[in-house]
Design a protein around this ligand. Structure first.
Ligand code: URA
Ligand code: SF4
Length: 211
């Protein structure tokens, strides 16, 4: 994938947001209420990528504000990561009707926004929530699809990726929505988030341990 070609040419991040909130590039634009571009500091070291906005997100125009989002915020907090320090977004920026999975044409149409966000923010670590997000990001980075489609096999592992002119570590974990129904997943997600925290810790082995 030629990311430098996919990247949208904008002068600043606000311009990118304007393009997203007015976007009609896929059919989700006809059923969404609000577009959910994402939120967080543009110099965040950690980027979290979910799948798609749900009902509450569609209402508010903000990512991860429903039940799964509240759990995510709590799990981050439990391992000492502040949600406000993280840039949070989704693979697609508009809610699919009835929370169905985003379809390939929708993911394709929305990819330039995500790629441009990643290239502008230049995160050190990208946490993928759930298999759809993990599959999209790792496919982008050139991993064969069948090697990355089973979330239980790849969660907690650190992948080195090169996306355009940046390199980052990618760590897939379970989606917090899955952990709402299966509480056993909560401590696994926490372990994965703790690993990210450790990777970024100053003074310790930090990220160098994972290169
Ligand atoms: N689930 C997601 O994948 N993203 C959100 O923003 C909310 C719920
Ligand atoms: Fe545009 Fe993405 Fe929304 Fe589709 S999901 S309308 S491509 S912003």
């Amino acid at each position: 994938m030629d990311f430098m070609k996919i990247k949208i040419n904008v002068n600043n991040y606000d311009e990118l947001v304007r393009l997203m909130v007015n976007c009609t590039k896929c059919k989700l634009s006809s059923t969404r209420r609000k577009v959910v571009p994402g939120e967080g500091p543009l110099n965040a070291e950690i980027m979290i990528i979910g799948e798609a906005p749900g009902e509450k997100e569609d209402e508010e125009g903000r990512p991860f504000v429903g039940a799964a989002g509240q759990l995510l915020t709590k799990l981050l907090n439990n391992v000492g990561i502040k949600r406000e320090d993280v840039f949070i977004t989704n693979v697609v920026k508009c809610r699919p009707p009835n929370n169905r999975d985003p379809e390939p044409d929708e993911i394709d149409a929305c990819r330039p926004y995500l790629v441009t966000q990643i290239l502008m923010i230049k995160p050190k670590v990208i946490i993928c929530l759930g298999r759809h997000s993990a599959r999209e990001i790792l496919k982008m980075a050139g991993y064969p699809e069948r090697s990355v489609s089973n979330i239980s096999n790849i969660r907690g592992r650190v992948f080195n990726v090169k996306i355009g002119d940046i390199t980052a570590k990618v760590l897939p974990t379970y989606h917090p929505a899955a952990a709402l129904y299966n509480p056993r997943l909560r401590s696994i997600i926490e372990d994965d988030l703790r690993k990210v925290r450790g990777m970024l810790e100053k003074g310790g082995g930090g990220i160098l341990d994972y290169i």
